[in-house]
Design a protein around this ligand. Structure first.
Ligand code: FAD
Ligand code: NAP
Length: 555
């Protein structure tokens, strides 16, 4: 047993090896979950350091500055709920805030709670090794610094590891090329620089949620826009709008009710499934609900407030998919283009639904061309543009809206070694295994927020569950003079099998998408999110703490 001190509130400890334990916890990532974790640990009296690769706070909202980036969670359901003062002083201007507003909000949070001095910016973590004698992590940064900490908390993001496609000639392009989540910053504001595309010949690869938000902006400002689509996605209208000044007071008074509702629903949104089956009602009633949700339902309503079986029964799902297909055909004038925009590989909602504002109408514009690269694949990127098997397109700018190595990517891009030298990257390259999405067997004192197996929900609501849980566990260990916690392999396997069984119940697992890891060549196919309803996950976390962390070894 080492002589290293247990978790304490002093800032520098001496471990058995003689090396200084600089911090009780290092939190990697200063997005929504990292900021809250840093706040909670400091408030609980732990010494904590945040490490962030970016030059500022915000995570997703710091990096993704492409024009059109915004929530599809209602702003007021995404906000932190831990401080009533914060809720009351912050005015959201739109039901679905655009990225600059969200980034301003997260900067405000960092300043209000004085979190910035606890964070080392412009610092990328490249490696971490667990010292079994000292029961500590040694975290190594790109600049070569080593930081010793009792706990390492990965708030590195579900969707932060950018993914470029493996297309021949990708580096040969002589014009400007960029990934959507590395959009250049507007020197005068918190958003992205629009000069990237204004008046230019633009090509965009990808038609996921990101592209669907960005494309209407490109179409409005570019000289020409070529959209290279491999798989059409089912999109739904966002129905965003301003929050009028007279609505602010009512909204602020409703926060307790809003968060209570989010605590009850499966996705931690204000939407919940209609308990009726689509087959319980007449065709007219069915159509009336579809129409109401499509025409007026804000945000994810068409997806998450629909008949419950549209997301579990392919026959029910087909009725909804056919309805949305009719809407697409009604909005796109050229029937051949409309046909290409109607998905054929999956049903509505089997992939994360991109939310749109005037997306389909863009294809009625003369300066916009849809290129079906399933029919004619991209052969290569050339110095002057993109060459498919059918034609060559000259471009000034190529935008890669090609997504992320989700869930595992941000963590396995760090060379993380457990006490026996084994690497997390190797482990997950064989099979995705976690214990409740919180810990990984063989990697003691490492926690994850919104990583692989995160609850599939309005993410800040679920991050709050896991941050509170980790903070409570660290308090529990401090009280008992414990230094190390790790799930047993048996508990991890049991929980992983349970997560797989939950995944099997959904239609998400029956198609390809980043949610299944299938966008990354060689990644084992597994649902990267925990498909059970958010209240079930909350209850499981609570029960684990109440049962003194059964399935976890505390030493
Ligand atoms: P992130 O915000 O991804 O932050 C992770 C941080 O970790 C980053 O700043 C990154 O730089 C840092 N980091 C990673 N690796 C390292 C390293 N090795 N060293 C140092 N720092 C590192 N979710 C919703 O619920 N509703 C939405 O409306 C919604 N909209 C989204 C829109 C976009 C464009 C995207 C990409 C995602 C969206 N999401 C949404 C998901 C979103 O990622 C989460 O809501 C949330 O922002 C995640 O917060 P986080 O703090 O866990 O991770
Ligand atoms: P994505 O959904 O993974 O979409 C990537 C797109 O790139 C897909 O159309 C994909 O085609 C295409 N692509 C990838 N590799 C390709 C290749 N080699 N050749 C041709 N096309 C290729 O990524 P995303 O759009 O960035 O969205 C990821 C997630 O981020 C979303 O699902 C959502 O959770 C989150 N997000 C949220 C919001 C919001 O809430 N407002 C906005 C943006 C993003 P295939 O489908 O054929 O693979």
């Amino acid at each position: 047993m080492s002589n290293a001190p247990a978790v304490s509130s002093t800032s520098t400890h001496r471990a058995a090896s003689g090396a200084a334990t600089q911090f009780d916890a290092v939190v990697i990532g200063a997005g929504v979950s990292g900021l809250y974790q840093i706040y909670r640990l400091r408030e609980a009296g732990f010494s904590v350091l945040g490490i962030e690769a970016g030059s500022g706070v915000g995570g997703t909202w710091y990096w993704n500055r492409y024009p059109g980036a915004r929530f599809d969670s209602e702003s007021y359901t995404y906000a932190y709920s831990f401080s009533d003062e914060l809720l009351q002083e912050w005015n959201w201007n739109e039901h679905f805030a655009p990225q600059p507003e969200t980034l301003a909000y997260l900067n405000h949070v960092a300043d209000k709670f004085n979190l910035r001095p606890l964070i080392r910016f412009n610092t990328r973590v490249t490696a971490a090794t667990f010292d079994a004698n000292a029961q500590c992590w040694d975290i190594v940064t790109e600049a070569g610094a080593t930081i010793r900490t009792r706990f390492m908390i990965m708030a590195t993001g579900l969707l932060s590891a950018t993914q470029f496609p493996d297309i021949p000639g990708i580096d040969s392009f002589q014009g400007k090329s960029l990934h959507t989540s590395r959009w250049p910053h507007d020197p005068n504001g918190l958003g992205g620089d629009k000069s990237v595309y204004l008046g230019k010949r633009v090509g965009i690869i990808g038609t996921g949620a990101t592209a669907v938000q960005l494309i209407p902006h490109l179409a409005a400002g570019a000289a020409s826009l070529h959209v290279f689509q491999r798989t059409a996605n089912w999109c739904a209208p966002l129905h965003n709008g301003p929050i009028k000044p007279e609505e602010q007071a009512a909204l602020k008074a409703s926060y307790p009710a809003i968060f209570q509702l989010c605590d009850k629903t499966g996705g931690a949104f204000m939407h919940d499934f209609d308990p009726r089956s689509v087959f319980d009602v007449s065709a007219e009633e069915r159509e009336a609900l579809f129409e109401k949700l499509y025409t007026h339902g804000r945000g994810f309503a068409l997806w998450l407030a629909n008949f419950h079986d549209v997301m579990t029964d392919m026959r029910a799902n087909k009725l909804l998919s056919d309805f949305v297909a009719r809407k697409i055909r009604a909005r796109v004038k050229d029937p051949a283009v409309a046909t290409k925009l109607v998905p054929t590989t999956h049903g509505f909602g089997q992939r994360r639904v991109p939310m749109e504002t005037n997306y389909y109408e863009v294809y009625n514009q003369d300066n916009v061309t849809l290129i079906d690269i399933r029919e004619n694949p991209i052969a290569r990127i050339t110095p002057t543009g993109i060459k498919t098997t059918a034609a060559e397109y000259d471009l000034d700018v190529i935008i890669f809206a090609t997504g992320f190595d989700a869930g595992t990517g941000a963590i396995s891009r760090i060379d993380i070694r457990g006490p026996d030298g084994s690497s997390i990257k190797d482990k997950w390259s064989r099979e995705l295994k976690t214990f409740m999405g919180l810990q990984v067997s063989g990697f003691p004192n490492m926690f994850m927020h919104i990583g692989p197996h995160a609850a599939f929900c309005n993410l800040p609501r679920c991050a709050q569950i896991t941050v509170d849980w980790v903070t409570e566990l660290m308090g529990y260990m401090r009280e008992r003079n414990l230094r190390e916690v790790v799930p047993t392999p048996e508990a991890e396997t049991a929980w992983t099998r349970h997560a797989e069984a939950e995944a099997d119940k959904t239609l998400l697992s029956k198609t390809d998408s980043w949610i299944m890891g299938s966008n990354i060549p060689g990644k084992p196919r597994a649902l990267l999110l925990y498909a059970a309803p958010a209240p079930v996950f909350r209850q499981e976390c609570k029960a684990l703490a109440e049962n003194h962390y059964q399935g976890m070894q505390l030493r």
